[in-house]
Write a protein that binds this ligand. Structure first.
Ligand SMILES: *[C@@H]1O[C@H](CO)[C@@H](O)[C@H](O)[C@H]1NC(C)=O
Ligand SMILES: *[C@@H]1O[C@H](CO)[C@@H](O)[C@H](O)[C@H]1NC(C)=O
Length: 378
């Protein structure tokens, strides 16, 4: 038998040689891939330190980076163009995250301010999912490349400014703190115990997505590679009702008897309402925050009571953007946080100021009215 094996050798020999060669190539490729991974991680680790270096050496007028997170085009570009026209070009920069491949040029916007401002590496965003925070992080990352950018304002495609450029610039630049709406999320069951111990429950926060950051905090968010993956894994929207119907018993237990089965609580987590707040709390940075947002939105109280069927804030149309209503918004100087029994008087450097510099959600007609009635002045 052994002889027989030996006699069939020429083909076998070639075969063996081939397989050895293949294994050798595989090992080589694996090694190469491993090396590349190490290198990319090394360069990732390098980024923050080079940034800090640039940070320290920066002199000149500080810029505000306006970061637009939009679905496609910028429907209120005409209003923002009027706003930016009154600013010094050296005092601001603009970045847009829109759907991949969308280009801002003469065809898609009426204002040169937005030409070519779209991120090249933008991703497909699903509203209410972690891709939204990923897009925010991409915007911050890109804006951090310019050391002149000292403040970072996140805006949606339906946001409007409530004052002219100079007023907003002075308010935002003069505050050494970030503006991050942040409060304890006691009633709802969005915290998923599986996030522990990476995210302890006492650090879990909730708040508006629309933030204004100082540079240091923008860096903390971009450099975070510990908390973000936990969010991506465990902070998810509840699947739509029709999907839940299949497991009706589980759903029934989870919703109607949740006090008996706390582990069955349906987590309906919206990453963008928790991520930045929770991350900054975990890093012990809450003392460096004004724990409120600069962007006004009006929630429909009756809809909230009706089992929160409507998740979106009220939209302002032409009739709602009237002088009386706008003045009402501008006059607000404190916010009450029910879950903490905390009344936040809106201050910048301990001086009481209007709480809101921006507002949402505005239609094009409402924005036209703001413009025509000259609301963009202090
Ligand atoms: C631009 O920035 C400079 C330096 O911070 C400031 O003095 C000036 O008022 C700013 N201009 C406007 C229009 O905000
Ligand atoms: C608020 O919600 C209620 C109930 O869903 C609805 O009837 C009402 O029109 C809404 N109000 C506004 C201003 O959107």
């Amino acid at each position: 038998m052994t002889k027989k094996k030996a006699s069939s050798s020429p083909i076998r020999h070639v075969w063996r040689l081939c397989s050895k060669l293949t294994i050798f190539l595989c090992v080589l490729l694996c090694l190469l891939a491993f090396l590349m991974l190490q290198l990319s991680q090394y360069s990732k680790l390098q980024t923050p330190s080079t940034r800090t270096l640039r940070d320290d050496h920066f002199e000149g007028p500080p810029k505000i980076a306006f970061l637009f997170l939009v679905r496609r085009h910028l429907p209120l570009d005409f209003l923002w163009a009027a706003f930016f026209k009154n600013g010094d070009a050296a005092n601001f920069s603009i970045y847009i995250h829109s759907e991949p491949g969308f280009v801002f040029d003469e065809m898609t916007t009426s204002s040169h301010f937005f030409y070519g401002r779209q991120l090249k590496n933008s991703i497909q965003v699903v509203w209410g999912e972690s891709s939204m925070i990923e897009a925010e992080r991409l915007l911050l990352d890109k804006a951090l490349d310019d050391p002149a950018n000292r403040r970072f304002v996140l805006l949606s495609d339906s946001c409007v400014p409530l004052y002219n450029f100079g007023y907003i610039y002075n308010k935002v630049i003069s505050s050494p703190k970030s503006f991050v709406d942040s409060f304890l999320d006691a009633k709802e069951c969005r915290y998923n115990p599986k996030m522990s111990p990476a995210i302890p429950e006492e650090k879990w926060r909730k708040g508006s997505q629309w933030i204004t950051l100082v540079r240091r905090h923008a860096e903390v968010i971009v450099d975070d590679d510990i908390i973000f993956p936990v969010f991506r894994k465990f902070c998810k929207r509840r699947p739509p009702k029709n999907l839940l119907k299949r497991s009706r018993l589980l759903n029934f237990l989870a919703i109607d008897f949740r006090f008996l089965f706390p582990w069955l609580k349906p987590h309906n987590c919206f990453p963008d309402e928790h991520y930045v707040q929770t991350l900054l709390a975990m890093r012990g940075l809450e003392g460096e925050l004004e724990r409120r947002t600069l962007t006004y939105s009006s929630w429909n109280q009756s809809a909230i009571r009706e089992k929160r069927r409507i998740w979106h804030p009220i939209t302002f149309d032409y009739a709602d953007a009237n002088p009386h209503k706008i003045k009402e918004i501008k006059d607000i100087n404190h916010v009450y946080y029910e879950s903490e029994h905390r009344t936040e008087f809106c201050r910048i450097n301990s001086e009481i100021t209007p709480c809101f510099l921006f507002a949402r959600k505005f239609t094009s007609l409402a924005a036209i009215r703001l413009l025509n009635e000259g609301f963009l002045s202090p």
